[in-house]
Design a protein around this ligand. Structure first.
Ligand code: NAD
Ligand code: ZN
Length: 371
């Protein structure tokens, strides 16, 4: 049934918060309607639909009403987005299309949603992905962006960035811009039912980190504080529950992720994220699990949250991997240090302007050795 035809009991399934629509069980039909509306608004037939590789493309194609001119791409999630991969994808898309599509859709987790945001911006801003890594470097709004998250926690559906790793420069940084927000977010919590338990925890915890890092920072504002507090409350309800993946809890976590992403759009993260970004750049460790590994070294900086985090992991029976076995030669430690210290804004938010006097190379080495 199409979302536009929703009537009776199903109407109550829709709840809107700004550009976001909460519609459990109706994600595919709602997406079909959103693309159709955008097609008629712009007069452009084709849309670009990026789908997390967990979902077979043919299956999703059968669920979303499209046209023959839509371009469907399965997005690999083994690695998180890289600037050169985004450029290669753009080159392919530009060859398949006569001009910008009516919409770019990202169906999946942070990897797929961030790829969709970057692709949308690169249709209308001349340059390669790395040219826009930073703050407010985009000149024009991208193509209409639609998000359909299928796993909750990154807040990528609500944030003003799309994180990409630049392997050459060692920079893990997104296109932070008002033009990076999604125009429409379709929140269907039934889509996260299939997420494996550990991944559900690792990605879910990302929103916990966003909340507490923002509330413990100096760059505060009442709006972000309120959103972060509510997001944290929901995360606590989910991960102290006996069944964190129940229908109600999946809806709560999807809400928490959206609120956390909105909160972080107005503030910054803290120390966990730069450390996790370094693990990602140097060892290729994924964001959610990287944040959890980084928590091994956070007792000194966030004592209450450290205790709470490990109580969640214990009660949920989730194993957080250790870095044992990875090489700790001086070159690796130097790379980890450099990749951490690149993140000046979150580090200033967490530790003040003279964060370098706290995070000396000896201290950073000590931090990584605790993991
Ligand atoms: P992900 O998108 O890499 O997905 C993790 C795994 O879950 C993948 O294997 C994927 O196939 C699988 N998956 C997704 N949905 C599923 C489902 N319904 N059922 C079964 N499996 C499913 O992971 P993530 O944690 O969502 O995103 C991480 C990325 O997000 C990183 O690149 C990170 O840098 C980025 N990020 C972005 C922001 C932002 O504001 N833009 C914030 C935080 C993190
Ligand atoms: Zn994060």
């Amino acid at each position: 049934m199409a979302a536009g035809d929703a009537s009776g009991a199903q109407v109550s399934l829709f709840r809107t918060v700004g550009q976001a629509l909460m519609c459990p069980g109706l994600g595919w039909s709602t997406l079909s309607e959103a693309i159709k509306a955008q097609r008629s608004r712009t007069g452009i037939e084709s849309s670009v639909i990026l789908v997390d590789d967990f979902f077979p493309l043919s299956k999703v194609q059968g669920l979303v009403a499209g046209t023959k001119s839509d371009v469907w791409i399965s997005i690999p999630t083994k690695q998180e987005p890289k600037t050169d991969q985004i450029d290669a994808l753009m080159a392919k898309l530009k060859l398949s299309l006569d001009g910008p599509p009516c919409a770019v859709v990202g169906i999946g987790g942070g990897t797929t949603m961030d790829t969709a945001k970057a692709v949308s911006n690169l249709f209308t801003n001349q340059g390669s992905a790395e040219d826009f890594q930073g703050w407010d470097l985009l000149d024009s709004p991208g193509v209409h962006k639609i998000a359909v998250p299928t796993i909750s926690g990154t807040g990528a559906e609500a944030s003003r960035t799309c994180v990409m790793t630049n392997t050459a420069s060692g920079l893990k940084l997104g296109m932070n811009s008002h033009f990076t927000f999604f125009d429409e977010v379709i929140l269907d919590s039934t889509l996260s039912e299939s997420v494996p338990n550990d991944q559900y925890f690792y990605t879910g915890m990302d929103t916990y980190m966003h909340g507490f890092e923002s509330l413990n920072g100096s760059h505060r504002n009442p709006l972000s504080d309120a959103l972060s507090q509510e997001s944290l409350q929901l995360v606590r309800e989910v991960f102290t529950s006996a069944d964190p993946k129940s229908a109600v809890n999946r809806e709560k976590l999807m809400t928490a992720s959206f609120l956390g992403g909105t909160a972080i759009a107005g503030t910054y993260v803290g120390l966990v994220h730069p450390v996790s970004a370094a693990l990602s750049v140097v060892f290729g460790i994924h964001h959610g699990v990287g944040n959890c590994i980084a928590m091994r070294a956070m007792q000194e900086f966030y004592p209450q949250e450290y205790a709470e985090f490990w109580s969640f992991a214990d009660s949920q029976n989730v194993t957080v991997p250790k870095l044992d076995g990875l090489t700790w030669d001086s070159e690796t430690l130097q790379r980890l240090t450099a990749a951490t210290l690149l993140h000046e804004r979150p580090l200033t938010n967490a530790l003040g302007l003279d964060f370098r006097s706290i995070l000396t190379s000896t201290k950073i080495e000590e931090i990584f050795r605790q993991m």
